[in-house]
Design a protein around this ligand. Sequence first.
Ligand SMILES: Nc1ncnc2c1ncn2[C@@H]1O[C@H](COP(=O)(O)OP(=O)(O)O)[C@@H](O)[C@H]1O
Ligand SMILES: [Mg+2]
Length: 252
Amino acid sequence: MEKETPLVEMRDMQKAFGGIRAVDHVTVDVHAGEVVGILGHNGAGKSVLMKMLSGAIKRDGGEILVNGQPADINNPRDARDYQIETIYQYLALADNLDAASNLFLGRELTTPLGFLDDAKMEAETRKIMSRLTPNFRRYTTPVSGLSGGQRQSVAISRAVYFNAKILIMDEPTAALGVEETRMVAQLIGELKKQGIGIFLIDHDIHQVKTLCDRASVMKNGKLVGTVNVDEVSEDDLLGMIILGKNPRENAA
Ligand SMILES: Nc1ncnc2c1ncn2[C@@H]1O[C@H](COP(=O)(O)OP(=O)(O)O)[C@@H](O)[C@H]1O
Ligand SMILES: [Mg+2]
């Protein structure tokens, strides 16, 4: 595992806004089938770091490697070419359309004669969504009637259908209740099994302990450290977030 080439490596990433060093020489990576938590207080630089990977923010410095090769990511389209997709807390779904229409929004399937192939789109949607969320039934109702967790499943299914290899999840459960959160957690487990690498921004330390393999903690734009979550306690993680203290440093 250690020697395997990471799926994504972000090296020495930098981004400043005016005088604020939002991301200050940060290096993180994720392997295939791994979930890496990105932790830190509000303003620590988590979203800016991830937006440099999704192409939404242009980096000032640093290097992004995908499968060990330098990746030229300057906009969201570039990121998509590298099979990088982002799942946001507040989902960009079209409320009045059903799951299938949302899954294929902007990338509709057509018949050989050029008509929308609704039957094929619904069949494909059922195939992918039943794999990820076996209990989902509401394929033909507008997504406005779906719960937060079900909406997350539509967004995640969309990313997976279009071959995402790398998922960025920016607080995917922040707006969800307990049951819904459990459903998204289960989905994350499924995605791992499929070999997708996930960067997960999450405030809930307990959830990080259960969902993530490693955690990279940021404070004031800098990387405090990266740890295997099995080797640290929840208090260790809190110490990293609040005090910027790496538990490895006081072990000696
Ligand atoms: N588009 C922007 N313009 C100016 N400053 C920004 C912008 N985006 C983020 N910042 C600043 O960069 C720092 C890191 O923000 P962010 O990455 O969003 O933090 P968080 O860890 O909460 O996700 C903050 O000080 C924030 O105010
Ligand atoms: Mg953020």
